[in-house]
Structures are given as C-alpha cells and as structure tokens.
Design a protein around this ligand. Structure first.
Ligand code: NAD
Length: 325
C-alpha cells in the first residue's frame, strides 16, 4: 500500500522532503503547503514542478492545475485522503507547532503527524496535547528530525549496554551554502545564541540576520542548547535531563560540514565498567537527508500504530523508525 503524504512548510526542509519522496514507492506526495498557498493532487504532485513554482513564483499556489493561493493554507491542505503529514514548518513563535496540532485536532482529521521541532519547551507543549491528540484519533510523532530525532533514538539504543547513563553529548555540524535556503532553521539557531531569544530572532529582518552572519564569518557556534533530546530521554527513564547536552556549529556559507555530527553516550555497565558508545554520521550526509529520512521513517512507524488504533503522542526516543522503501 502506498501512503498518501502531505508536507506543510515548503522551505529548505519541505522541498528536500518532496525530492526524497519522489524516490520512494511506499509514499506519495499528494499535498504541500507554504504560507501563501497549497497544491493538492490525489494522483501525486511532481516534486520538481512544485519546487519550480515555489522558487520562481513564490508559492505552491501558482502550480498549474493543482495550486491554490490562500492565506489559510494549512487548514485548506488538511484532507481526508491524506494518511500523514510532515510538519516542516518554522516553530516561530515557539508555540506555533502546538497551534498547528490544535488545528488538526479541531478539524476532525485522523492520521499521523510528524514534526522535527527542536526546543525542549516546544516538545513539552506537544506532550501536554497528548490526551487531546489521542481522543482525536491522531498518532503524533514529535522530535523526529536529526537532533532531536535520529541521534536521540541512537542514544536510546546505546543506553541498553549500561546500568546507569552518566551523560549524553550530542554535537552537530551543519554546512549549508546559503542561509537563505533554511531561513527558519537559521533564525531558530540564532535564538540560541547568548543575548538572543526566539522572539528577537523572529523579529530580525533579513538584513539584520545577514549583518550578524557577516560578523561571525557565516558561523554559528552553539553550546548547551535548549534541545528536547533531554526530556525525550528523561521521559523514557534513560537519564535525567541535566545529563544531556546539545551543541554544534553551523556554517552558513559552505555546504561542507564544519565537524562530524555525533552522539556520545557514557555510562556504567552492570559489571561496573565505565565506557562510551559513539554514533557518528557520515560527513557526506546533509542535514536534509538526516532530518527528512528520519521524519518519514517515523511517519511509516506512526502509520503502523495508527492502524492498530494506537493514538496520542510518541517521540523519537520511544519508537524505532521504520524504513521507507
Ligand atoms: P524555511 O524557513 O526554509 O521554510 C519554512 C516554510 O514554511 C516556508 O515554505 C513558509 O512559506 C512556510 N510557512 C511559514 N509559515 C506558514 C504558515 N503559517 N502556513 C503555511 N506555511 C507556512 O524553514 P526550514 O529551514 O526548512 O525549517 C523548518 C523547521 O525545521 C524549523 O522549525 C527548523 O528548526 C526545523 N529543523 C529541525 C531539525 C532537526 O534536526 N530536528 C533540523 C533542521 C531544521
């Protein structure tokens, strides 16, 4: 069976997700939305045509035959004929994704939702919605990008060798040729820099973002970020949240990763030995490959739960992603 899939948000991640889906047999992209419009075709959208409409005309709403311009694109893109959506939307403000989840709950739609949100406080809002999602018949997979997501799941697996987990250190390297391709990602990263907040980063003009990146030579270095990997692992009883740290370097002017993304989990085995497991991503794998691949793996896993009438919220730390062929 081919799952009919939607992508909400058609920026850097949304477009990469559409391209990735075009290589899959088990999933078909039928609807995609951006801020100014959406496109729907029950027989499948062509990823390259959708990307061209978005890049050349500014919105999916201009796509021939299937496009529609609207200021209410999310609500209008919610369709009974879609099995699941990847929410590739910016979480600006920090409550935005939770408001989108509420919109799905209110619509009466049933299916699988997957997000790649990052902040602890954002995932906490989703966890609080779990009873409502469950009552609505929605299986919601939260924190299912790269970090949180792939690396958090790797930590949950690595923990199995240990009687006690002492620390989980996630360090990411991201290289992108131009910050413009991932505007929300970069704004949300700036929000973690000292002296900045989500509200400040959201309010910054493009010229202000460029001026800041000019000062840092295009690099954003982050330490001790508020990242939901911590509560996702705590929720599973793996370790307390204060034992989890996330940081990294983003180069906005070079597609080469400034460092290899890795997860190191240190613990004590039942025999009393202290050791560290390390999971390192290949440098050639882009942020888009690691986020979108994982998100659709969780969408497929979520569908298997949904078919068994298991609804509510799960995170990447508690479920194995499935593999989408
Ligand atoms: P982007 O800025 O490139 O694109 C955002 C898209 O959302 C645009 O198409 C825009 O039109 C659309 N949009 C904005 N508001 C909308 C609205 N109200 N209704 C409909 N569409 C709307 O974003 P991006 O850089 O691709 O990032 C998307 C999200 O993914 C960010 O929140 C980012 O933090 C997250 N992310 C997560 C990870 C991870 O590992 N977990 C990694 C990278 C990015």
């Amino acid at each position: 069976m081919t799952l009919k899939v939607g992508i909400l948000g058609f920026g850097g991640l949304g477009q990469a997700a559409a391209k990735l889906l075009s290589t899959k047999q088990e999933m078909q992209l039928v609807v995609a939305a951006d801020k100014e419009g959406f496109a729907y075709d029950a027989n499948g959208l062509n990823a390259l045509e959708a990307i061209a409409a978005y890049q050349e005309q500014g919105s999916l709403g201009y796509l021939k035959n299937s496009g529609q311009l609207t200021q209410n694109s999310i609500a209008e893109a919610i369709s009974k004929d879609v099995d699941g959506y990847f929410l590739a939307l910016p979480n600006l403000p920090n409550t935005f994704m939770a408001s989108v989840a509420k919109q799905f709950i209110a619509s009466g739609w049933q299916g699988v939702l997957v997000d790649a949100i990052k902040r602890t406080s954002a995932v906490e809002q989703m966890i609080a919605l779990s009873p409502e999602l469950e009552a609505a018949g929605i299986t919601y997979m939260s924190g299912c990008g790269a970090t949180p997501g792939l690396l958090t799941a790797a930590a949950a697996i690595a923990a199995q060798s240990f009687a006690e987990v002492h620390k989980v250190e996630i360090t990411f390297g991201v290289g992108i040729a131009n910050w413009n391709a991932y505007r929300a990602t970069i704004r949300e990263d700036i929000a973690h820099m000292s002296g900045y907040s989500v509200d400040i980063a959201q309010a910054m003009s493009d010229a202000e973002v460029e001026a800041l990146l000019e000062k840092t030579n295009g690099l954003i270095s982050l330490e001790n970020m508020e990242h939901a990997d911590d509560i996702m692992l705590e929720r599973m009883g793996i370790c307390d949240r204060d034992r989890v740290t996330v940081g990294g370097v983003v180069d906005t002017r070079n597609p080469k990763k400034p460092l290899s993304t890795n997860m190191k989990l240190t613990g004590r085995t039942f025999e009393g030995k202290i050791s560290t497991h390390t999971f390192t991503l290949g440098d050639e794998t882009s942020m888009a490959a690691n986020v979108c691949g994982t998100a659709f793996g969780y969408l497929k896993a979520g569908k298997q739960f949904h078919q068994r009438r298991i609804y509510g919220l799960m995170t990447a730390a508690e479920v194995m992603p499935a593999f989408v062929r």
